[in-house]
Ligand binder design. Structure first.
Ligand code: SF4
Length: 354
């Protein structure tokens, strides 16, 4: 029996956005919870309203590291005018290989009030961005809700993207229902021991699976409009790690079998040693080999498993959607002009474009 969740249309987001009162009550609830914060699975219990900080390192106010039209996101998010990306400092996960170590681990950002954060969102919309892309938002959901109440009341209309490491509580995600249009979780680890070693979160696989199901329940599979831009739904990311430490094929199988075979996946090959890796984690202190990425793909498709129906998106380069290619790594061959190189696995699998 196919156990994946229904891909049918979801309730419109308008009532939550338009009225204000529902979202305002949720924001108040989330803000009150900061007094003994258990908004994410770390469940620190610290009083963030009084300035205490837990694992994420952020107190009452959200910290914004940067905000700008980002032209490096997936095609369906960046379009021609960019994705309105807001990078939040601090993180509830803190992977040792984080490529934004200064932001996530060292909390380098500027404290912003709710009206200021709302202004940032509205300014991105005014610049023509296609969406507001909240990067690393899990530890500042309360602050985001507080800002969205103001921003929606002042004309914020573009889709809201929740760009997360997927270490999210279902109860917290439910506060976002109807306000977030696009969930972009990065499903990082399948094995408890691996999640424990690289982000001190052995329950990550279980938490992420639940979170993904809730995200899919809220918004369904990704919908892309006639202009090629994402409108609503789940867009999954997954970073292939050296030595298959991310258990890519297991993640793909879960997504196809228990989420939806129509899930859009960006399978990423750009791992490089960053953060604490060079000094403390010799086993992953190298780039991903091209062969490892191909092997991860091959295992994902092998034996006619459900992932054969997954759709894969690429990050640039190349700038072509709905295909799989390999953008390079240490030891990889040069790719003059950044032209897409067909993946032999894709050719062999002959999966359909959707
Ligand atoms: S949001 Fe931060 S303080 Fe709250 S439980 Fe998570 S890591 Fe701890």
């Amino acid at each position: 029996m196919n156990s994946h969740l229904d891909d049918g249309p979801r309730a419109t987001a308008q009532p939550v956005r338009a009225g204000g009162s529902v979202l305002r009550r949720r924001a108040q609830k989330a803000l009150a919870a900061l007094a003994a914060c258990r908004l994410c699975p770390r469940r620190c219990g610290v009083n963030r309203l009084a300035g205490e900080t837990g694992w994420c390192g952020v107190g009452r106010l959200a910290l914004v590291a940067s905000a700008y039209p980002h032209h490096g996101e997936e095609d369906c998010l960046r379009g021609s005018r960019g994705s309105g990306t807001i990078f939040f400092a601090g993180c509830n996960l803190k992977c040792v290989f984080c490529q934004n170590y200064d932001i996530s681990w060292e909390h380098r950002g500027e404290a912003v009030s709710a009206p200021e954060l709302a202004d940032v969102m509205l300014a991105l919309q005014a610049r023509g961005c296609h969406n507001v892309n909240l990067v690393t938002p899990s530890h500042v959901v309360a602050q985001i809700l507080e800002a969205l109440v103001i921003a929606f009341a002042n004309g914020l209309e573009i889709p809201i993207v929740y760009n997360t490491g997927a270490y999210d509580c279902v109860t917290t995600l439910r506060l976002l229902a109807g306000a977030v249009d696009i969930y972009m979780p990065d499903f990082k680890f399948w094995q408890r021991a691996v999640a424990d070693r690289y982000c001190r979160a052995p329950n990550y696989p279980q938490v992420a699976r639940r979170a993904l199901k809730e995200m899919h329940r809220q918004v369904g599979a990704l919908e892309i409009g006639p202009d090629g831009l994402a409108v609503r739904g789940v867009l999954l990311r997954h970073l292939v790690l050296p030595e298959d430490l991310a258990s890519t094929s297991e993640v793909m199988r879960f997504v196809a079998a228990e989420l939806s075979p129509h899930t859009y996946v960006n399978l990423m090959d750009q791992y490089y040693p960053a953060g604490r890796v060079p000094e403390h984690y010799p086993e992953i202190n190298r780039h991903l080999y091209r062969e490892e990425f191909e092997r991860a793909l091959e295992l994902s498709w092998r034996d006619g498993r459900a992932p054969e129906r997954l759709t894969l998106l690429t990050l640039p380069p190349p700038r072509r959607a709905f295909s799989v290619s390999i953008s390079g790594g240490a030891g990889d061959e040069p790719n003059p002009g950044g032209q897409p190189r067909p993946c032999p696995v894709r050719q062999a699998a002959d999966y359909s474009r959707r």
